[in-house]
Design a protein around this ligand. Sequence first.
Ligand code: NDP
Length: 398
Amino acid sequence: MARVMIVGAGGVGNVVAHKCAARAEFTDILLASRSVDKCEKIAASIGSPKVTTAALDADTVANTVKLIEEFKPDLLINVALPYQDLVLMDACLQTGIHYLDTANYEPIDVAKFEYSWQWAYRDRFKNAGLTAILGCGFDPGVTGVFSAYALKHYFDEIHYLDIIDCNDGNHGKSFATNFNPEINIREITQPGRYFENGEWVEIPALSIHRPIPYPEIGDRESYLLYHEELESLVKNIPTLKRARFWMTFSENYITHLKVLENIGMTRIDPIEYQGQQIVPLQFLKALLPEPASLATNYTGQTSIGCHITGIKDGKEKKYYVYNNCQHAAAYKEVGSQGISYTTGVPAVVGALMIVNGNWKKPGVFNVEECDPDPFMELLGPMGLPWHEVFDGVSPFEN
Ligand code: NDP
């Protein structure tokens, strides 16, 4: 039994609040975010007396500490933006509660994400006897659990990992991002990077792409991106010879993105406009549809999984594990699109792992450092069934 505080009332926050409300383990739920009206709308759609709401600017530790002291949660789920990660971790330490998020910290003025800032909290969480779970969405998140599960059950050594992420959905808008536009565009416009033979190889943004087959979908053009779980997986699975991340984008999306980039709309440095300082990407975010608003009439599905090659008992083995998620089914269940759903469900499964003791250990952890079995067991029943293919045809060469 636990009291949980959810910070962030966007697309993902909606899913997390719905799924927490449906679990008996969570007796009281506080949904807190900058715009309290969004929290209230979500709470009304859930209609449970367990859910209360509050306004919170989570950019300052003092605000967050005050609210935590009033509500007294056991655990905080951070589904606001990566900019708030450190403030929320500090607030958890000050008040003695556990922490979980879905995206690693990045400073607002540098488009750079890495785990170093959050890994630096390890000793403090350890000494306080508290658990912090980092990156517990789908990717990062389930992709790390999939990799840990493969290593635990099917491989002596993992050598090659290709994480493949396809959104074959259609929201009917000319251009929109499926999660926070600012974070999404910062991620995609930075140089690509992958790990090979002990080194990181950097490539110009979106310069390597190829068709990759996805189950029930078929071949889709997929772009090699740098994605945050690569950093922790390479560290935690030291036998990896190569680790890459691929994501699909439509031609329409890439064209819009290139134009926006060419005209300076994706810049994150402030510019002077009519006597005011504005950040072009933040202005663009204000114009684009909110991720949560895409859910109505979203058709098609997502498919995210891991292609893994390695050895077991001296023989080469191939393994593919994936989930497909229908946007319309997610909407019918909780009123969200598939990207929010595939992020929010694992966050709640991770929170349950802390509450039921399976992942409750002092320190700061990436998901692959925790036992994958209880997480995998709950993932399907919670809404994200997964499928395995053993020694099938891999689209990737070694
Ligand atoms: P949204 O933009 O829809 O929602 C973000 C929410 O955070 C909004 O409610 C926003 O409030 C709130 N917020 C922003 N700043 C603050 C602040 N200072 N204090 C309090 N609340 C704040 O984003 P999503 O729901 O799509 O994404 C949420 C998170 O999930 C992001 O960090 C994203 O990177 C991560 N994510 C992770 C994935 C994974 O697989 N691991 C995949 C997709 C997303 P307001 O409405 O006032 O702006």
